[in-house]
Design a protein around this ligand. Structure first.
Ligand SMILES: O=C(O)c1ccc[n+]([C@@H]2O[C@H](COP(=O)([O-])O)[C@@H](O)[C@H]2O)c1
Ligand SMILES: Cc1cc2nc[nH]c2cc1C
Length: 339
């Protein structure tokens, strides 16, 4: 990791009044530190979307039917989803990995699609463990492979996104388990719903976390696997491998941050590579980010997933990188330092 004082000294020597770019300078420091260099790069960059289904949907934890995961995956394959539009707008490459969908895979998928199903959806965390430890290891490995492939293609800025109807329920469970948030406070409306849905979700999350919590000290992977989703564990493996490879990890919303909490628990130190793009409208997200020591760049009431919040924040990282790379030193323009 690069010494922060060295990066601040570089910024303070550029042709501008000291600290005149406010939080953009803080971001430049975080970006440079995460890549261990004074000229961090934001191109090429890659968004990897992980798709999975959740047994708890049958117990009424989402306002949407499970089939919508498959429909949205088909829309992404066709280039018609929010993630496609925003990734194109931000010149970000995109991949899509089926790590555990329950519906048939897309027919004639595009080259950016990878079929890598661990199982056809998790078991319901409302009735027992969502997955076993071998499935946890398989999902983690798929995510790690994706990060290694992106690193091999020269990417030093990585984003993980997800698509999975029902996945704000495991995200709430994991936030309660790993960020110490009250289970009820970790539950929000997810992709929509009403007061009855909230009550059902709170009951499911409280009971599942109470059942898993005693395992955390002695068998942490079993405790986490009991509450997780395949796409969430794949994001965790992606983050751990991306951080190990020296990349900046731009964190999306509530569900991606649940993956980040797993990564930090299983591969301590991963959090040094994270930048938090935004604070999701899900009420537990602030607690999850705080546990990781992260301050979000944006607070735009977004709650979509698919990497959308991270994509929207990308121009800020481009600006921070340009500042470090392209601004002349004060001496080079013939000006002394005022302070
Ligand atoms: O990550 C977030 O901040 C976020 C917040 C609310 C909803 N989502 C997305 O909505 C889906 C999960 O919502 P739900 O209500 O079915 O649990 C899933 O596909 C996520 O990508 C994502
Ligand atoms: C339509 C739809 C699109 C999504 N994208 C990510 N999560 C989603 C959830 C729904 C319901």
């Amino acid at each position: 990791m690069m010494d922060e004082a060295r990066i601040w000294a570089h910024l303070d020597g550029l042709a501008k009044p000291r600290r005149s770019l406010g939080r953009l300078e803080r971001l430049a420091v975080d970006l440079a530190r995460s890549q261990g260099r004074l000229d961090p790069v934001t191109q090429p960059r890659r968004l990897v979307l992980f798709a999975g289904d959740h047994g708890c949907v049958v117990d009424g934890c989402s306002a949407w039917p499970q089939a919508v995961t498959g429909l949205m995956v088909a829309a992404i394959c066709a280039g018609r989803a929010t993630s496609n539009a925003l990734a194109a707008a931000q010149r970000c490459a995109l991949r899509l990995v089926d790590v555990g969908m329950a519906t048939p895979p897309p027919r004639a998928p595009p080259a950016f699609f990878r079929a890598a199903r661990v199982a056809s959806g998790t078991a319901s965390l409302a009735h027992g463990p969502a997955m076993d430890e071998s499935q946890f290891a398989a999902a983690w490995a798929i995510g790690a492979e994706e990060a290694e492939a992106a690193l091999g293609a020269g990417c030093r800025l990585l984003i993980a996104g997800e698509m999975g109807i029902g996945n704000t329920t495991p995200a709430a469970c994991l936030t309660a388990l790993l960020a110490g948030c009250d289970p009820e406070a970790a539950v929000g409306l997810g992709a929509g719903g009403d007061a009855a849905l909230l009550d059902r979700k709170r009951a499911i999350v409280s009971a599942a976390v109470a059942a898993a919590r005693p395992l955390l000290a002695t068998r942490p992977r079993a405790a986490i696997a009991a509450l997780a989703g395949f796409e969430i564990v794949a994001m965790a493996g992606f983050f751990a491998a991306g951080a190990a490879g020296g990349a900046t990890l731009l964190l999306d919303g509530y569900v991606a941050t649940a993956g980040a909490l797993i990564a930090e628990r299983c591969a301590p130190g991963t959090r040094a590579a994270f930048l938090a793009a935004h604070r999701s409208a899900e009420p537990g997200h602030g607690a999850a980010l705080a546990r990781l020591g992260l301050a979000p760049l944006l607070d735009w009431e977004m709650r979509l997933g698919e990497g959308s919040g991270a994509l929207v924040a990308l121009p800020l990282l481009d600006s921070a990188a340009a500042l470090l790379r392209d601004v002349a030193p004060l001496e080079a323009i013939g000006a002394g330092r005022a302070d």
